[in-house]
Design a protein around this ligand. Structure first.
Ligand code: NAG
Ligand code: NAG
Length: 410
């Protein structure tokens, strides 16, 4: 008996020591690899969030190595542990729209007139994220703006490659548009909304719907720090914020490749820009160039890149980056011209900032009305931290309020 007891204590001690070492390793990694710009409020909080994410990723790696589960499924398992329970102000229901799982949030307030309907596509680099990870955000939008919100559980990469996620979002949106009366939604007030990769999907769905004269016209699109292109990972924002959590420059390229191909081969070429032929890059430079970024966004530092050519082999692997359904920034003017009124939120300390700025310019150049909200002290993912046990930032709250206020004005 005493032997068993001693062994148990020993195991426990080893386990605790291992965990302490792990956390110390994560802290060390955090201090040596990431940069938190002085403009970020509450930098310690951001560090702690990053350390938790690193620890999760290392634990996942260990579990993968000892054969318990993959790192990916562990991370998805952890992210989906939400225990929010019922919300007294919302009817929440899980349904399928044209075979795509959705969660619908309907405010319980009595409504005289018809309501807005918001299709919501969650972020997470097309690889992570779920109905659970964005539950709080969706509830806040539904309650704050008194709109019906439909969150879409689209298929994820790398298991399901492009265009699976896009098609799920499109099909769910079309299904919703054909059944608006069931939810008391006004056909003149359907909006698409998404954050990060979800912003990419919202932009792509908006573009596709411009050709559907059989469906109600979208009232607006809301793009929250969207990723909109994969041709240039050296724009000023990518250089300035390359090591700012929660999205590093390498990760932006990694996720785009996972979505496109289900693997991240040729990441080096994608990062340095030798994945697309020079003549094509020059052809796109009217829409995708650091020259289209206002000077004030270059003062934190920017080194112009030398144009590199690419091999046929690499280009063949990634050429679908040039499809607007994958990279909405590359849509023709004839399409952009027909897009609905738009809201774009960008964060100063976000690699994707310039994707948003470039798309804003394209929309404005094509006569589309844009409401732009820039979080001067914001970083990527900040809106989704709202309400998470003390991990929210005032800036994220302001961002959420700006989205809600935009909706209320429609
Ligand atoms: C989306 O809907 C179209 C038309 O109904 C259908 O042909 C297509 O298979 C659907 N896509 C997916 C991924 O279910
Ligand atoms: C150049 O861009 C236009 C879109 O503005 C496109 O229609 C055309 O095919 C492109 N040409 C080449 C060589 O990529």
């Amino acid at each position: 008996m005493a032997v068993v007891y001693t062994l148990l204590v020993l195991y426990l001690a080893v386990f605790v020591a291992g965990f302490i070492l792990l956390v110390m390793g994560a802290i060390h990694f955090n201090f040596s690899n990431i940069e938190i710009p002085p403009g970020v409020n509450q930098p310690v909080k951001l560090r702690i969030i990053h350390i938790i994410l690193i620890t999760r990723s290392v634990v996942g790696k260990i579990l993968e190595n000892i054969g318990i589960c993959s790192q990916l499924s562990f991370a998805r398992y952890v992210q989906d542990r939400s225990t929010l329970g019922v919300d007294p102000k919302l009817f929440i229901e899980d349904l399928c729209f044209d075979k795509v799982p959705v969660r619908i949030y309907q405010p319980k307030v009595p409504f005289a007139s018809q309501r807005r309907g918001v299709m919501f596509f969650h972020g997470g680099g097309w690889v992570f994220g779920s109905l659970e990870t964005h539950e709080k955000l969706c509830r806040s939008i539904a309650k704050g703006s008194e709109s019906v919100v439909v969150s879409v559980g689209y298929r994820l990469a790398p298991e399901h490659k492009y265009p699976a996620a896009y098609e799920d979002c499109l099909n769910a949106t079309i299904h919703f548009m054909k059944n608006l009366e069931h939810y008391g939604v006004d056909p003149a007030h359907v909006i698409v909304c998404g954050d990060s990769a979800g912003g990419n999907l919202a932009a792509a769905v908006s573009q596709t719907l411009t050709t559907r004269s059989d469906l109600p016209k979208l009232r607006a699109q809301i793009l929250i720090y969207p990723g909109l292109q994969a041709l240039d990972f050296n724009l000023p924002s990518y250089q300035q914020n390359r090591a700012v959590p929660l999205l590093f420059r390498e990760h932006a390229a990694f996720y785009a490749l996972q979505y496109l191909n289900g693997h991240a081969l040729h990441m080096e070429e994608v990062l340095e820009g030798s994945h697309i032929p020079i003549d094509m890059k020059l052809n796109y430079s009217k829409w995708l160039s650091p020259d289209n970024i206002p000077e004030k966004f270059k003062v934190r530092g920017y080194k112009p890149q030398v144009l590199l050519d690419c091999t046929t082999e690499v280009y063949e692997e990634v050429q679908r980056f040039c499809e607007p359904n994958m990279c909405p920034l590359l849509a023709e003017d004839a399409v952009v011209h027909q897009l609905p009124e738009s809201f774009i939120l960008t964060c100063e300390y976000d690699v994707l900032r310039d994707d948003g700025l470039l798309y804003k310019k394209r929309l404005e150049d094509n006569g589309v009305r844009v409401t732009w909200y820039h979080l001067e002290d914001g970083f990527h993912g900040i809106l989704n931290l709202n309400g998470f046990c003390g991990f929210s930032f005032p800036s994220g709250k302001r961002g959420l309020d700006s989205v809600v206020n935009f909706l209320k004005g429609l």
